[in-house]
Design a protein around this ligand. Structure first.
Ligand code: VG1
Ligand code: CO
Length: 544
């Protein structure tokens, strides 16, 4: 089996977005499309030749085909050893865990996360570096540059590798180890949380819970951890079998797409705890009885209570949140006397802060929460963290959060998405706002006075790298904010995200519905950005 060099020509548009390269399956399935991108990884990541690599994905349509292609190319590019999850399955946080534990030179994650799967839907590929985290912009830009000049790729002519059989096989000179996708990850979780206390909570017979794996990658992980190890009754994990099309749904854990679970939490007879994760297992949604925890609040609550869990009992060093995430966590950091950071959207921006030991916890409003235990956001980790807190505090989800608000004040929060709008109209809207920005400070908009307005730029405090144009921020006196940005993960037209936040210190007002509490700010955002005029959309597609 001699490596073959195959001629190719560049494809436009292979620049990774917020989280890797995401396109429709039919784009990826074109001859040489996936190969060009994968070769660009090998061409720019010298340590992979003679090194080791983790490969796995969320089980979506085209996962297995892509893994076979990657294995052949890895062998031809001189990779010495590949760890691949059985059945091609590995959650994003599990890939990060494996890279770190086995000190590989990187990992390839095949996923389009919460985007739907199937022949007409989405696929994605992402490279993670040796720290376990998503490649920083300098690396993704180098890969992209390579895709623009590529003229050959290398592959080995060999039969498919059996991905279902655990054990080691050889492709050319490369060793392929098909491993249990769950074991190492589950062991890491057991080292961080009090499994005994959670088990006792489950055994009390008074605690009703469900975990919705949304037919995506977390099914096997949640069944092993929640049912087999922690003793939750069989059936606690819903939709636990990963399907190539996620059962035809969006594997997106939010109020819009996990309605069945939301429904189960309703009523006096409702669940005490409901949780869900996304396609690749890095997102989480936390629900209590008749109660939804916003991801921004979740980060703040976990930070304030981290000392109650074994893994974080010595305290946390600092907290980072993405810019659009509510400022709730900042208040906790301030009260604890620790550093807080505001980074651009996307997990790659947390990596340097985590590696430098400046932060322990980090999170995004988009249902992402994580810590320094890996270098990705981690859905099941957040679920176990919450279960550990519930077991120790012996209170309900609603009690814990409302108590948090009484102490720190409440940050009302919502995100309105306008999906698949005309890309030119969306760009025009952003330009229009950029023109308005300089004149906004000091101006009154409704009952609010603009304190600052800018196009967010971030200077990484560790390596000094600068990332510009990360979203438009309009901050008001008293802490309210409007943020607007365009998605970097969509595969159709443009998606406009509008994030709205206000701060309410008065506990007698904390019971309000966020859509009501934020209505005046939502109006201001729509008017200022001329959303309906420019996109033709009177209402958002999804509200979270
Ligand atoms: C979205 C979220 C962002 C998240 C990213 C990847 O990006 O807003 O917070 O990091 O998805 O998450 P964008 O550019 O579409 O707003 V995942 O779970 O897709 O890996
Ligand atoms: Co995801």
């Amino acid at each position: 089996m001699e490596p073959k060099t195959i001629k190719t020509t560049p494809f436009a548009g292979q620049r990774p977005g917020t989280s890797g390269l995401r396109k429709k399956v039919r784009v990826f399935a074109q001859p040489h499309y996936l190969e060009n991108f994968v070769q660009s990884i090998f061409d720019t990541q010298d340590a992979l030749a003679g090194g080791s690599l983790v490969v796995g994905g969320d089980g979506r349509y085209y996962n297995r085909e892509a893994i076979q292609t990657i294995l052949r190319m890895a062998a031809a590019n001189g990779v010495a050893r590949v760890l691949v999850g059985q059945g091609g399955i590995l959650s994003t946080p599990a890939v990060s865990c494996l890279i770190r534990k086995y000190k590989t030179q990187g990992g390839i994650v095949l996923s389009a996360s919460h985007n739907p799967g199937g022949p007409e839907e989405d696929f994605g590929i992402k490279f993670n570096v040796a720290s376990g985290g998503p490649a920083p912009e300098s690396v993704t830009e180098a890969m992209f540059a390579r895709t623009q000049t590529i003229d050959t790729y290398r592959s080995l002519d060999c039969p498919d590798t059996d991905l279902d059989q655990l054990g080691t096989v050889q492709i050319g000179t490369m060793q392929v180890e098909v491993i249990d996708p769950v074991a190492d990850y589950a062991a890491l979780m057991e080292s961080l949380f009090d499994f005994g206390a959670i088990e006792a909570l489950f055994n009390s017979g008074l605690f009703k819970l469900r975990f919705d794996a949304m037919h995506a990658v977390t099914g096997p992980y949640a069944i092993e951890i929640l049912e087999n190890r922690l003793g939750a009754s069989p059936g606690t994990v819903m939709n636990g079998v990963p399907l190539p099309d996620f059962g035809g749904h969006h594997p997106d854990p939010n109020l819009a797409h996990a309605q069945e679970l939301v429904h189960l939490c309703h009523g006096t007879d409702g669940l005490d705890f409901g949780a869900a994760s996304d396609g690749d297992g890095d997102r989480n949604m936390i629900l209590g009885k008749e109660f939804f925890v916003t991801p921004s609040d979740s980060l703040a609550v976990l930070a304030a209570n981290a000392h109650l869990t074994p893994g974080y009992k010595h305290g946390i060093r600092g907290i980072a949140r993405s810019m659009p995430t509510s400022q709730a966590a900042d208040r906790v950091a301030e009260a604890m006397g620790i550093e807080s950071f505001e980074t651009p959207t996307g997990w790659k921006f947390f990596g340097n802060l985590l590696d430098a030991g400046r932060i322990t916890l980090c999170g995004e409003e988009s249902f992402g929460t994580g810590s320094d235990h890996v270098r990705e956001k981690d859905g099941l980790w957040a679920v176990l963290f919450w279960l550990n807190l519930l077991a120790v505090r012996k209170q309900s989800v609603a009690e814990i959060v409302t108590e948090h608000w009484r102490h720190f004040g409440r940050n009302f929060y919502t995100r309105h998405d306008y999906e698949a709008v005309n890309a030119e109209a969306a760009a025009g809207l952003v330009n229009h706002l950029n023109v308005l920005l300089p004149a906004l400070p000091g101006k009154r908009l409704g009952a609010y006075t603009v304190a600052y307005a800018d196009d967010f730029a971030y200077t990484d405090p560790i390596d000094g790298s600068v990332s510009k144009h990360q979203g438009i921020r309009i901050g008001f006196e008293g802490g309210a904010r409007i943020v607007l940005r365009l998605s970097g993960t969509g595969t159709e037209g443009a998606t406009l995200r509008v994030y709205v936040e206000s701060y309410e210190p008065d506990p007698t007002k904390h019971h309000q519905d966020p859509q009501d509490a934020l209505a005046p700010l939502i109006r201001i955002a729509r008017d200022l950005a001329q959303i309906e005029e420019r996109t033709g959309r009177a209402e958002p597609t999804v509200i979270t």
